[in-house]
Design a protein around this ligand. Structure first.
Ligand code: ADP
Length: 476
């Protein structure tokens, strides 16, 4: 099976969130089990810089936006996954991030930039491909590649497509006049197409035209069939319910392994957990927290958006500190949330600390050095940090939603609360504080979490089964 995994970010080349982690891990895991999976990624500066050896394998002409584009072939660093990089400087070389400038403003030409990515994916699966290798299935991820199933549809469906929703909140919405630039027929602007409440939605295009839909946890697959988590797509998702499946993400257990993690000041494992104490001591030192081995230390790592419930964390911060605990937060995002986090930290020197920004190493040190991890997301398609926390012996406290519900077992590996309210979170924090005081019981919970297996192999097998089902359906 030839699978083209089309994505707008992938670790270790470019990352803004969980999509990058999935993209960096799933294609290699698919190859491990024998599929010929290759990746397509835009040539942002950071991708070109970190790519290493790559060769030009094709020039693409006649693409949307009149872009001058070529395809480079390299490999995803750290794996043998062939990586096609869409090198189109005018589209992808920018000062800021992949989607927005340094001030957080979306680029004006995102509609065209990601139409180019999607159209390229479709072309690599069509008879018109400039490569000898041709995809049987294009696996698309979120709105950035959502137009690929539409392009494939209008090419006569030369290959099948899968659309994976990593987060339904990002819908790739653009004004209707953008359609004129996309090389798609005018009649695609319809409720049976890519029209969405008077605008275009690239995500909706994917959800409408792809052969199969997946999302990243079984619970989220159910939740998005209704308001509020359907976020306007619930009607379409319900209509396509038979084609929708929830497949839980794995974690990169090489990258996230406390016994070999180079970001940590001390290694530890289930059998030899002592190194975690050193990680905590060093984290307190690094973040300017009081040196206090006994203080229950709560960690938070999140994009600072409404979704992640940082306001709930700040609402219980006082209580945590009042009960002798400490709080460390890492993240960046909405300026108002960042400001509120800074204010809480300023009010509690030595007991609360934050780093506003993106820091991969610190995220590992928080997972290792904290005693417990707070993740009160209002919704969470899958979530990775709670799984990292389990693996790092840092029992997570999570809201019962999406992948959080599917991965944390209440009272066994962590704490699960039902309502996304400060009160419900606080009751869960109190349960954690009480258990933490009982050293043997806490250790039992830590070890239970550390023994859970969230490796990618399991997820990869589910995707492989889905691909096989699609192809046998097409053959029939
Ligand atoms: P989402 O994809 O919604 O952001 P996930 O929990 O699925 O949430 O994945 C987030 C990923 O991004 C995790 O690997 C997390 O550690 C990482 N991350 C988020 N914010 C930061 C940050 N400020 N610094 C370092 N890593 C971060």
């Amino acid at each position: 099976m030839h699978i083209l995994f089309a994505t707008s970010e992938a670790t270790p080349l470019i990352k803004t969130g969980g999509l990058a982690d999935v993209s960096g891990a799933l294609p290699p895991a698919l190859r491990e089990i024998g599929l010929d999976c290759r990746m397509l990624l835009p040539g942002y500066s950071s991708v070109l810089d970190k790519l290493g050896t790559a060769v030009v394998v094709a020039r693409l002409s006649g693409m949307v936006g009149g872009y001058d584009a070529r395809l480079l072939l390299g490999t995803l660093p750290g794996s043998d996954t062939p990586l096609y990089v869409l090198d189109a400087q005018r589209a992808f070389i920018r000062q800021g991030g992949p989607y927005a400038d340094a001030e957080g403003q979306d680029y004006q030409d995102n509609a065209l930039r990601f139409a180019l990515l999607s159209q390229t994916a479709a072309r690599l699966a069509s008879p018109d491909s400039p490569l000898e290798w041709r995809a049987d299935i294009v696996h698309c991820n979120d709105w950035q590649t959502g137009l690929a199933p539409a392009y494939l549809h209008y090419l006569g469906r030369p290959a099948a497509s899968v659309m994976t929703v990593h987060n339904l909140a990002y819908q790739g919405i653009f004004p209707p006049y953008s359609l004129a630039q996309l090389d798609l027929p005018a009649d695609s602007f319809s409720i049976s197409g890519l029209e969405y409440y008077g605008n275009l939605s690239y995500l909706k295009a994917g959800l409408f035209y792809a052969d199969r839909l997946t999302t990243v946890s079984p619970s989220y697959a159910v939740e998005i069939g209704q308001e509020p988590l359907g976020m306007g797509m619930q009607g379409l998702l319900t209509a396509r319910g038979a084609d929708l499946r929830g497949i839980l993400n794995g974690i990169d257990s090489g990258e996230w392994n406390p016994s070999s993690d180079l970001h940590l000041p001390g290694a530890y494992s289930q059998r030899a957990p002592a190194g975690k104490k050193r990680c905590k001591q060093k984290l307190q030192e690094e973040m300017g927290l009081d040196a206090d081995a006994e203080a229950p230390l709560f960690g938070v790592i999140a994009r600072m958006t409404h979704q992640k419930g940082l306001d709930l964390v700040l609402a219980v911060a006082e209580g945590i500190i009042h009960r002798g605990g400490q709080l460390v937060m890492l993240g960046t995002g909405d300026k108002a949330i960042e400001q509120a986090v800074r204010a809480t930290v300023a009010a509690h020197p030595g007991r609360a600390a934050c780093f506003i920004g993106y820091d991969e190493g610190l995220s590992h040190r928080i997972e290792a050095g904290a005693d417990s991890f707070l993740m009160p997301s209002r919704f969470e398609p899958c979530g990775l940090n709670q799984m990292y926390s389990l693996r790092y012996g840092t029992p997570p406290i999570v809201h019962a939603t999406g992948g959080l519900r599917d991965t944390v077992e209440d009272g066994v590996t962590g704490f699960v609360f039902e309502e996304a309210t400060p009160h419900a979170l606080w009751l869960a924090v109190e349960r954690a504080l009480d258990l933490y005081a009982d050293k043997a019981a806490w250790k039992k919970m830590m070890l239970a979490g550390m023994s859970r297996d969230f490796s990618w192999e399991h997820s990869a097998k589910s995707y492989a089964a889905l691909y096989a089902e699609i192809l046998s359906g097409r053959a029939a």
